[in-house]
Design a protein around this ligand. Sequence first.
Ligand code: DAH
Length: 324
Amino acid sequence: MIEEIRKIRESAQAELQGIDSPESLEAFRLLYLGKKGRLPDLFKKFGSIPPEQRKEVGAELNRVKEWIESSVAEMRGKLGSSDGVRESFDPTLPGIPPHSGSIHILQQTIEEITTLYARMGFETVEGPEIETEFHNFTALNIPLDHPSRDSFDTFYTDKGQLLRSQTSTVQIRIMQARKPPLRIIAPGRVYRPDTVDASHSFMFHQIEGLMVDEKVTFSDLKGVLHLFLRELFGSEIKIRFRPHFFPFTEPSVEVDIQWGKGWMEILGAGSVDPNVFDAVGYDKSRVRGFAFGLGVERIAMIRHGITDIRHFYENDLRFLRQFA
Ligand code: DAH
């Protein structure tokens, strides 16, 4: 039997030399490996040899089979298969996609909101995160003794500046730099020395809106916010305006949406206080305006059912990939 195997190996070796086309390779393959081919034939005979020879013969048989198989595979790579396509490279297989990142859910939320406002003519603008007391408080009509000015509520730098605690600062910067009419939307980071827990962070994101013109009314504010909240939460959403106080708007409201059985506060807004126009050098007898401010994390948490604000900042890919 060993002798027979050797012969087959020799004839296969000789025949391999003459193979020059996919067709002759296929004929060779069938001759040796096909169902009724020479090797299966030998494997059949293997069943009837004496047990003491089996180990040696079996090993030899397997060696030849592996050698023929790998020779066929190698040849096929060189020649291409019978339909003329090289099997070592199959261009119909899907490629290996490169690893790609995605936009963070907070940035996605910001972009969605600024895009909605862009459709209403609001230009997206930004302002600095390190601010003056004037822009963060004084110009916004926040009195010197207001608790939010306290160092428990605001981070101060040793150069007499601060990390802005609200994006309302951007209203002031834009009004100082430009003349009315204005329609701006200002996203960005804000900072407050809060202890971090499931709903508080020392840094979070806000979006501020401001419109100033000669005849802007509170009903314009209502219309804009209605449109915005319906786009964001669906046209069925119920909206409630609740009287509130902010130093920089008069009158002021907090706006709630109906959520489950109750109401959920979603943003603050109002008509720009004339003192703010004074602070930026606008003629308060000629201009009117409205402003609003909202928290980006809060909106993303409500919309996506996120229960812990810390998820946004921990860079856990299992969280982030859900929004990829
Ligand atoms: N700056 C306010 C805050 O941080 C949010 C806000 C409320 C902004 C009312 C406004 C506004 O422009 O009119 O809580």
